[in-house]
Ligand binder design. Structure first.
Ligand SMILES: O=P(O)(O)OC[C@H]1O[C@H](O)[C@H](O)[C@@H](O)[C@@H]1O
Length: 332
């Protein structure tokens, strides 16, 4: 199959702020190995790519065309392997927290375009966005016997902010509730992991996946990285920052409905053991994953859960300490 354009749609037509700008647009095309993807473009030049396979965001670029997400050079765009990098969706199970395969199955299913999504409360003016939907197949129901509708909207705002909204509804007709755990497994691209600091998680409790999920309390300082890390921070604030000193760039995560945050970097030894991950690539990535893990989400038939993640990348004149938990709680 060729990489030819199949269809092009403009989702909104805002007034042009300058003669050089173009309206936000959404293009449906073929990506790697002929897998279908959407390219979202906003008027100032930033863009994002979303594959139907996995409902997976694989690229997010700022208005200078710089890639902000890490995607492994060894990523395999071939089902049933999940794509290594970008934003895999972990649903209905995070990692091995249950009987399903690692991270559940949403990340390696083909999603469909949601042609007629229920209304969103958020304003879509000036945004390029796409709505996807995942419903379980008969095979899926054999391993997870529940009927659901998972709607995902991926939107790119005029400033280049990337927004993911998940709406998951229990559509069981047998009257049964279901429970799930969840994560937006975001791989951020960083210049050098040893130059990176994470703010917003200091002093919090976490479960350490490298120590039998034992519970510890983080020290008072911002997180820095010198070795493998795989921790689930609990009851985290709605804002977390990843400060990349070398790039002079700060990523800000804002999240809603997602109390936990996983921080993962495999470091050198584990990197070598992951087939679709380059030996040295751990130096250039950090996963900070907005999640709901410690307390699973339970939905009765007809109930819907919403989990939202908003990512922005700003120049690092960003003040250290801005995400002091107390100040975040006070809303400053
Ligand atoms: O290799 P994957 O199945 O994509 O998982 C990659 C990583 O995901 C999460 O961050 C988990 O906390 C890690 O334990 C796991 O190694």
């Amino acid at each position: 199959m060729s990489g030819e354009k199949e269809k092009s749609t403009v989702t909104s037509a805002p007034p042009s702020p300058s003669p050089s700008s173009v309206a936000p647009s959404v293009e449906f095309t073929k990506g790697i190995n002929g897998l279908q993807k959407f390219i979202l473009r906003e008027s100032r030049g930033s863009s994002a790519e979303v594959y139907l396979y996995g409902g997976h965001v694989t690229s997010w670029k700022n208005d200078h065309g710089e890639e902000l997400l890490f995607l492994s050079s060894k990523a395999i765009f071939k089902p049933p392997k999940a794509i290594r990098g970008g934003i895999p969706i972990c649903f209905p199970q995070f990692a091995g927290h249950g009987t399903l395969d690692q991270h559940g199955f949403a990340r390696n299913r083909f999603w469909a375009v949601d042609e007629d999504p229920p209304p969103f409360p958020t304003n879509t003016l000036n945004k390029a966005y796409v709505d996807l939907i995942l419903k379980p197949s008969e095979e899926d129901m054999k391993i997870w016997p529940h009927s659901f509708e998972y709607r995902l909207r991926v939107a790119l705002g005029p400033g280049g902010d990337l927004m993911l909204t998940s709406r998951i509804r229990n559509t069981n007709s047998d009257g049964k509730p279901f429970s799930f755990t969840f994560a937006y497994h975001t791989y951020f691209s960083v210049s050098d992991i040893s130059e990176v600091r994470v703010e917003g998680l200091e002093t919090l409790d976490y479960l350490d996946n490298l120590q039998n999920k034992e519970r510890f309390t983080e020290q008072g300082d911002a997180l820095t990285f010198e070795q493998e890390v795989d921790k689930i921070y609990l009851s985290t604030p709605t804002k977390i920052a990843i400060i990349d000193h070398e790039k002079k760039r700060t990523f800000v995560l804002r999240k809603d409905g997602l109390p936990d945050a996983v921080v993962w970097n495999p470091w050198d030894k584990k990197a070598k053991a992951i087939a679709d991950f380059g030996d040295d690539e751990y130096k250039h990535m950090l996963c900070v994953e907005a999640a709901a893990i410690e307390k699973s989400i339970t939905l009765k038939p007809g109930e819907e859960w919403k989990g939202r993640l908003e990512l922005s990348a700003v120049p690092s004149s960003y003040c250290s300490g801005q995400l002091d938990p107390q100040r975040v709680l006070q809303g400053s």
